[in-house]
Ligand binder design. Structure first.
Ligand code: NAD
Length: 334
């Protein structure tokens, strides 16, 4: 099939070209993200392949339909950036990669926790600068701490296991509790109890109308003043303005983000030579107890291989009219 590939980075091309030797699709790689202005790049293609910050609203989807696109292939798990109702209405199928190494994201959440807690990012720079002082590098031990996991699907469950390996008590909240995790000692509690009791709170639920701003002013007020919040889910799970206020008031202890509510204008781009206009991220970057990575939790060799394989397999299955196991049908419309 002919595929218009949006938001291309060097690593995408490397892994998709390698995987495509088996599938033999014709892929046109485009650097711009897919939005209202760039849909015409897809002319002449059967499918578009898109990532987390491509915007597939009703307008874009209708334009894709007009130019003959039949399939939207997401090369990610989350699908909050696609208007599934509009796609269904115009008859464009949507597929995704529901699972690709949950370890990639769960281990990155752990990396953020250890870095922010033990301040290895600061120590690295200090020592390189000939500064061997330990002032302000004191951390806390994870052993015996309570970790709250919101969303215990593939990634949340993997993360819970990692934290148990560090000697933590894990409590969790999920509207559909994971029985296997319960048998391994994870205690499912109400959201309020999780907010109150946890020393670390890690977000692993999808972004939906119910979970948008699940960490808001009210939730933040319930947390321990030493609590660390970790978000590797989606940016809008946290009310950014509220968390800035909480950090200013020392209502929470630490914040680690791999995703950011307004990341679409920033992440995946080198803006080091430009003036960043987003005042909220600039404010976040001024706190010594905030650590931000730019949506890189998925970025492992295993995950990139699996993403390419599954995406191209999804497209091949569609091309031969097979059953689409990874389709985001109407059941996924919230
Ligand atoms: P999953 O579908 O396996 O699990 C999601 C879990 O969230 C499910 O158990 C579901 O019941 C639960 N959930 C749904 N609504 C909830 C609510 N209101 N409160 C609490 N829990 C709720 O998904 P997954 O593969 O574990 O991925 C989780 C999320 O991680 C994705 O939706 C995506 O947004 C994000 N993600 C981020 C990256 C990254 O690079 N940072 C990479 C992959 C996925």
């Amino acid at each position: 099939m002919k595929i218009a590939f949006f938001s291309t980075k060097s690593y995408d091309k490397e892994y998709f070209d390698s995987s495509n030797k088996e599938f033999q699709h014709s892929i046109s790689y485009f650097e711009p993200s897919l939005n209202n202005e760039t849909t015409t790049l897809a002319i002449g293609n059967d499918a578009v392949c898109v990532f987390v910050n491509d915007k597939l609203d009703a307008n874009v989807i209708e334009k894709l339909k007009e130019i003959g696109v039949k399939l939207i292939a997401l090369r990610c798990a989350g699908f909050n950036n696609v208007d599934l109702e509009a796609a269904n209405r115009v008859g464009i199928k949507v597929v995704r990669v529901p699972a690709y190494s949950p370890h990639a994201v769960a281990e990155h959440a752990m990396a953020l926790i250890l870095t922010l807690n033990r301040k290895t990012h600061k120590a690295y720079n200090r020592v390189r600068d000939g500064n061997f002082s330990l002032e302000n590098l004191t951390g806390f031990e994870l052993n015996g701490k309570t970790v709250g996991v919101i969303g215990t699907g593939k990634i949340g469950a993997t993360f819970a296991g990692i934290m148990q390996g560090f000697g933590c008590q894990v409590v969790a909240y999920d509207p559909f509790p994971n029985i296997e995790l319960e048998s391994k000692g994870v205690k499912f509690v109400k959201l309020e109890e999780l907010f109150t009791k946890s020393d670390i709170i890690s977000l692993h639920c999808p972004l939906t109308p119910e979970t948008k701003h699940i960490v808001n002013e009210i939730a933040l007020a319930k947390m321990k003043p030493t609590a660390m919040i970790v978000n590797t889910g989606r940016g809008a799970l946290i009310d950014t303005k509220a968390i800035i206020q909480a950090l200013k008031k020392k209502q929470i202890g630490y914040l680690a983000l791999d995703v950011y509510e307004y990341e679409d204008k920033l992440f995946f781009k080198d803006l080091s030579e430009t003036m960043i206009e987003d005042e909220l991220i600039i404010r976040l970057l001024t706190f010594p107890n905030v650590l931000i990575t730019a949506h890189q939790a998925f970025l492992t060799d295993n995950a990139l291989n699996q993403i390419a394989e599954t995406t191209l397999e999804n497209i091949s299955t569609f091309g031969r009219g097979g059953k689409l196991d990874n389709e985001l049908g109407l059941a996924f419309v919230k």
